[in-house]
Design a protein around this ligand. Structure first.
Ligand SMILES: [Zn+2]
Ligand SMILES: [Zn+2]
Ligand SMILES: [Zn+2]
Length: 303
């Protein structure tokens, strides 16, 4: 039995049906230690417990949970364990750019919903190969998997993920290109750690006031009369939590702002998230203006 089958899996997913389906698929693939949480808060708690008992679970994370945003949860998990592998489930068909975004945020992979067994199998197999990457014969297989699983990837990233010399990686890449399995595309510029030059960095997201990472997407209501600006959830039975009057006519009495964020830590309401970076290799935290920007050749899988 390989180490992957021994791993704990943490599913953070609010739909019980999807949770059961995922559990079934993972069981079929030999993973038995499955934990299922239905919201961000309990997901973070379970993650913490596992980490404290020296287990780093493989995480399947629903990106659209009601109590915390997906990137808030990812930030908290990556800050505790930069080596955690988080697989994002996305409901909608994602564009290439938004997939690049979640990967840049530190996600290991993403799976589109509805979830298919085949895709889960692919991810578990890649993980298995990565675990055995010290075995020399695995290198070209690993490079091929990395390429086939990404929409695009840089030479630098392939090198760093495999831990192999540029020359060896280049040879494999050249052969794959000659076999028309991959295409060379434009050079890729990536954010890298200012301390160790690793491109395996994650974006982290913070409340601009307390720098905390526990916040949720929120709908905000402003009551004109008393000036109260709080989450729509605080207007119980349409009553303003400050002046206790009923809010009546939309646009006259009050206005609604969608796509805002509210901090679960300090109650701050904000439109712009504070963005920072975390190096997944050396744990250095840095802001974009301190980051290194590294450019290398880009490749994509020929489909
Ligand atoms: Zn805050
Ligand atoms: Zn009011
Ligand atoms: Zn670093």
């Amino acid at each position: 039995m390989s180490a992957i089958e021994e791993k704990d899996v943490l599913i953070v997913e609010d739909s019980p049906a999807v949770g059961i389906l995922l559990r079934e698929f993972l069981n079929k693939l030999g993973l038995k230690k499955i934990h299922h949480c239905q919201n961000g808060k309990t997901g973070i708690e379970s993650f913490k417990e596992l980490v404290e008992s020296n287990k780093v679970p493989l995480v399947f994370l629903d990106y659209n949970l009601p109590d915390m945003t997906g990137y808030s949860i990812m930030t908290q998990m990556l800050t505790m364990r930069p080596d955690v592998k988080i697989i994002i489930e996305t409901a909608r068909e994602k564009t290439e750019d938004s997939i690049k975004d979640v990967i840049a945020q530190g996600a290991y992979q993403y799976i589109p919903k509805p979830i298919r067994l085949e895709k889960i199998k692919e991810i578990i197999e890649t993980l298995k190969i990565e675990e055995t990457q010290s075995v020399d014969e695995g290198t070209s297989e690993l490079v091929e998997k990395l390429l086939s699983n990404s929409t695009q990837i840089s030479l630098l990233r392939i090198q760093q993920q495999t831990g192999k010399e540029e020359q060896e990686v280049m040879q494999i890449v050249k052969k794959l290109a000659a076999d028309k399995k991959i295409l060379q595309i434009d050079d890729i510029k990536e954010v890298a750690c200012p301390r160790c030059s690793s491109v395996r960095v994650a974006q982290t997201f913070h409340c601009p006031k307390c720098r905390g990472t526990n916040f949720k997407q929120d709908k905000i209501i402003e009551h004109y009369k008393c000036g109260n600006v709080t989450s729509s959830a605080t207007y119980t039975d349409d009553k303003c939590p400050k002046c206790h009057e009923l809010i009546k006519v939309f646009g006259v009495d009050y206005r609604v702002q969608e796509n805002m964020y509210s901090c679960n830590g300090c109650d701050e309401i904000f439109a712009e998230i504070l963005l920072e970076y975390l190096c997944l290799r050396c744990n250095d935290k840095f802001k974009l203006d301190h980051a290194k920007l590294l450019t290398s050749k880009g490749y994509s899988w020929a489909r």
